[in-house]
Ligand binder design. Sequence first.
Ligand code: NAD
Length: 424
Amino acid sequence: MAYIEPAPLLDKENPFEAMMSRFQTASQILGLDDEVYNVLKSPARQAIVSLPVTMDDGSIKVFEGYRVIHSTILGPSKGGIRFDPNVNLDEVKALAAWMTWKCAVVDIPYGGAKGGVCCNPREMSAGEIERLMRSYTLSMIDIFGPDKDIPAPDMGTGPREMAWLMDEYSRTQGMTVNAVVTGKPIVLGGSLGRTEATGRGVMVTAMSAMQKLKINPYNATCAVQGFGNVGSWAARLLAERGLKVVAISDLHGAYHNENGVDIEAAVKYRDDNKGSLEGFKGAERISGEEILTLPVDVLVPAATEDVINSRNAEKIQAKLIVEGANGPTSSKADGIINEKGIIVAPDILANAGGVTVSYFEWVQNRLGYKWTAERVNRRSDRIMKDAFDHVFKTSQDYKVPLRIAAYMVAIDKVAKTYKYRGGY
Ligand code: NAD
């Protein structure tokens, strides 16, 4: 299988420091006092656990697991669980804080958390993963809870793992507690609309930004990097709203068609081809780097972090970047992009549609009731649109980029709530 080298991660930063540098800038502009700044800069709680698991060959392997609660100021903490060989405490701490800002920016009543286990699920059997997930859940039993800390899937975990988590937690409580986790299979209380929620939020953000920039969607072109859950849904929904999606890509290759890529055909091709676009006809093959620098109106990076970096930022021609991925723009590239006058709808705003519908899943579980997909979509669209408008107004009032404005909206909300609640 041909493999196109992904963009080198030249600006690879310590994720916690990258998040902190943006947090610091926004806090300074807000004039946040030292007391609140100090509370928000460190996580509220960090748990590190050792998880012995019996492997299929009878040996016992010990995995290291983490759960970091960054903040519970706005409500119970919320954040995914990552199963990946590169998981480390620094990364989990950064992602936990990111969740605090993401929930605050879309105004949902959650704090931020993140969890992870250092393991390689691709090399483990379903039984080994199940024992690891159940063991992790038991180790976190006094941390998790529908009113305390609500996990969700992240890299390397999905509905199957969330079902095991829910079951293990429920056993310890002697009753079914489906609100303890989101991202569950629909039959266990998962929400309709969750699968497409993040891509849909990217679409709503892009449409809201285009309206402000006076870009007519019917004359606009778009390139989408990453054709997994977020990228393919964003591409599909943007195409439905009139944009011409001229390029798509995944880890195996990038494809360009100036007359517009047929997104439904690309989705079908990917699904029939073990999740890969490799060999997709109906578009010309270009390099993975080129997709980021095409002359399009809207660029949606929806693959991975640091793809827009100090090496390629100068060459970007899009008028608007909507960050579907977490951290696709390095903080070094931020400055170059701003200088060029490109508008960036930042990750903590643009990809918050996922956590918004996770919140709806929890609400439905607690109501003991199921909403229609139409109701879920309508409500999440409204939340995403309101959040965009709030961030846009802040950016105009303070004359700052949308990224800093998003942090300001989030930090201001958490800081004000902290002031009302008070501390020791
Ligand atoms: P996914 O695994 O479904 O898809 C990722 C896609 O990106 C795949 O098509 C993969 O081939 C491609 N890819 C990976 N590296 C690439 C590279 N260097 N160049 C081009 N393509 C590359 O993942 P996803 O759920 O769509 O998540 C994508 C991003 O969005 C991640 O940063 C994730 O953290 C973020 N995100 C996801 C959600 C969600 O609800 N799924 C919510 C918020 C943020």
